[in-house]
Design a protein. Structure first.
Length: 267
């Protein structure tokens, strides 16, 4: 599957920003099942490319001149192979052990309630993707998809208590449940071809590690295995380490954010 992707992010400020630093994880990962055919990143200021600790392509954007708007645009085409029937990604040599993704984070810290939820919906030994899908279905039934209720800093436990959230919250709750049961799990940010389903375009899902299969990729919000319509941007322990755009600024007053994403599939 080939996906043509356009992603525009615009920050507008009520007062001038004197200095801005942004970390951009807006270039798809080069993986065995995913090949970047073309990709262009347009942004003001100085861009420095690197690979971060999780193996993600990353750019540091520094804008030193005063500005009241910051616009970042990426466009390109990515070719993606489908995972196997169990949702497993092709095995590859990675810089980090899967055990690194057992460590909890503030966004995925388990509470007693969350641990009980995990124990109810995830067996002590998980050896098949169907068991992971059952957890995803339980999460979708418990935390109803509804934008505007949670924030970027909402934790998995808070989303579970609220009963509402978005794909980021679903991913954090799934990760927290897996880690509480001894299963390495990592956050994935990226794009998905919307097709006929909701909650598409810019998206988040999860990889869970099963020793026999390797990394199994689960779209928690759609309680389904990831397909060749999912383009992977970044992986990390949670949203903080895999977010597409993250930064700091000096000045600016109130901030208004505009994001437009378009994903088109071409078989």
């Amino acid at each position: 599957m080939r996906l043509a992707i356009e992603h525009e992010t615009i920050y507008r400020y009520s007062a001038p920003v004197s200095h801005s630093v942004q970390v951009l994880r807006l270039t798809p990962r080069a993986e065995r099942q995913q090949r970047v055919l073309s990709w262009k990143l347009q942004a003001p200021g100085r861009l420095s490319a690197s690979i971060d600790a999780f193996g993600n392509p990353s750019h540091l954007l520094v804008v030193r001149q005063p500005h009241s708007e910051l616009k970042v645009v990426v466009t390109g085409t990515v070719e993606i192979d489908p995972p196997d029937r169990a949702g497993a990604l092709p095995r590859a040599v990675e810089r980090l052990s899967p055990l690194m993704y057992l460590a909890t984070t503030p966004l995925t810290q388990p509470t007693a309630e969350l641990a009980a939820f995990a124990a109810e919906h995830l067996p002590a030994r998980v050896d098949a993707s169907g068991q992971l899908l059952a957890l995803a279905e339980a999460i979708d039934a418990t935390v109803i998809y509804r934008p505007g209720i949670t924030q970027a800093w909402t934790t998995a436990a808070q989303a579970l208590e609220a009963g509402y959230g978005v794909c980021q919250d679903h991913a954090h709750l799934f990760i927290a449940c897996c880690r509480s049961r001894g299963i390495p799990a990592r956050y994935v940010s990226g794009y998905v071809d919307p097709g006929e389903v909701e909650y598409a375009a810019s998206h988040a899902w999860v990889d869970a590690w099963l020793p026999e299969q390797g990394w199994v990729s689960i779209d928690v919000t759609h309680h389904a295995l990831v397909t060749d319509r999912h383009c992977r941007l970044a992986v990390g322990r949670d949203y903080d380490s895999a977010s597409p755009v993250r930064g700091l600024r000096i000045g600016g007053g109130e901030e208004a954010l505009h994001v437009a994403v378009r994903v088109l599939a071409d078989q």
